[in-house]
Design a protein around this ligand. Structure first.
Ligand code: PRP
Ligand code: MG
Length: 211
């Protein structure tokens, strides 16, 4: 078997994915939640894990730096890359939604100002509704934008809803559902079919054991 490289987002996705693989006896003993290491081999030295930022996972996979990656559907929707999407891991479930103040009446505005970490998703969504929108790209703390009058609404992910609640905001419209997906490099899938399929099988079976 050839070695394969797996790109994971640091944080919860990495932790949950490794718990799934551990069910299948693929162990990364060197991994700890607070590790600063960026490359970690599994104990049998068959799988090389690289820990990257979530938004960069598709880039590592598209360029072939990683054979496989695990990343949220939100990231894939925002910046589609030329990769295969092979499995829904059903972790990191959340909604992509338009949110704002409960009294917000978007339909009464001639143009809506939208703050988002997902400018492409936001643009496509408002275009599909035939509504004029100006998008302001932010990189975090999106919920702040309506609070300080920077935007009328936001487009962001909602998981528990706590951030919205604590800031007096509500979901106004749901755009899509998201969860972590397994993606693969196209050329790598051709040259390492057996290894990639084995990893997919381990993820699928490990997922079933956990649930
Ligand atoms: C994410 C997201 C929402 C929040 C959703 O932000 O952008 O703000 O989590 O989760 P909740 O519904 O469970 O509150 P994150 O914590 O990653 O911080 P950031 O927006 O500053 O990047
Ligand atoms: Mg946030």
């Amino acid at each position: 078997m050839k070695e394969i490289t797996l790109a994971l987002a640091k944080g919860r996705v990495a932790k949950q994915t490794l718990a799934i693989l551990e069910e299948m006896s693929v162990k990364f003993s060197e991994f700890t939640e607070d590790t600063r290491k960026l490359v970690i081999w599994d104990d049998s030295k068959k799988v090389r894990l690289i820990l990257v930022k979530a938004v960069d996972v598709p880039t590592y996979v598209e360029t072939g730096a990683a054979d496989i990656g695990i990343v949220g559907k939100d990231v894939i929707m925002e910046d589609a890359k030329d990769v295969y999407e092979l499995l829904d891991l059903e972790i990191s479930r959340c909604k992509i939604a338009v949110a704002g103040f409960p009294e917000e009446e978007m339909e009464k505005r001639s143009s809506i100002i939208v703050a988002s970490k997902y400018p492409n998703i936001a643009k496509r969504y408002f275009e599909s509704k035939g509504r004029q929108a100006d998008i302001i790209k932010l990189n975090g703390s999106i919920e702040l934008a309506p609070l300080i009058g920077m935007s009328h609404v936001i487009v962001d992910i909602v998981e528990t809803g706590n951030t919205l609640r604590e800031n007096g905001l509500v979901v106004l419209e749901e755009i899509a559902e998201s969860s972590a997906r397994v993606i693969a490099n196209k050329a790598g899938y051709a040259t390492k079919t057996e290894e990639v399929q084995k990893m997919i099988k381990q993820l699928r079976e490990g997922m079933a054991k956990i649930n």
